[in-house]
Ligand binder design. Sequence first.
Ligand code: 4GS
Length: 235
Amino acid sequence: MKFDVLTLFPELFNIVMRESIIGRAQENGIIKVNAINIRDYSKDKHKKVDDYPFGGGTGMVMTCQPVIDAYNDITKDMTVKPKVIYMSPQGRVLNQKIAKELSTEEHLILLCGHYEGIDERIIEEIVDEEISIGDYVLTGGELPAMVLIDCVSRLVQGVLASENSYSEESHFNGLLEYPQYTRPADYNGKKVPDILLSGHHANIEKWRTQQSIERTKQKRPDMYEVYERTHKKNL
Ligand SMILES: Nc1nonc1C(=O)NC1CCNCC1
């Protein structure tokens, strides 16, 4: 899976996306993150990429020309144009279900805004979808793009050790994940639940499912309500 990222700060991606699981997935050729510097496409003699908003107002707006030319350049030889996602607080809020959907795409182009925002005509011209990482406002779209790349990439086959790595995680099955423990079995008098030391896998699985249901009910009643509706008979 390939991510082309249109950004004013490509170095952020070159540093963060070469570490840990995502970095290894890139080394193994399973995913590719290609950051493109929008500023390189500016035709302004000072390489400007923003300007004052028509109608007044504070802050600056990213101009059309560099972004559209960057998009046209990276897609000029593509017969099938990849989906373009603009990271924006106005988009649908990213969740595990959306991440799963996006993980089936071969190629995505992510557009990172900066300043107050981008000229609306960019959205009209090249953007297929806006996605938000939450209802708050950041200084740039780079962190949201990295969040999306991370949560989508880990669902791509071969990135994690096995599918089991995420199939019981929070949000994957509509529940929050059960509590996790590792050695030592007794830490400062805090003991690991005996069931986890029993070696009885069926009982362990039952306990874990019950723990997931209970903590979802307690921490995310909104999620629990959906789970209860769809699993009424089993509860
Ligand atoms: N929340 C967000 N999810 O995706 N992008 C988000 C965001 O706050 N973007 C900023 C909005 C103001 N201009 C700079 C970028």
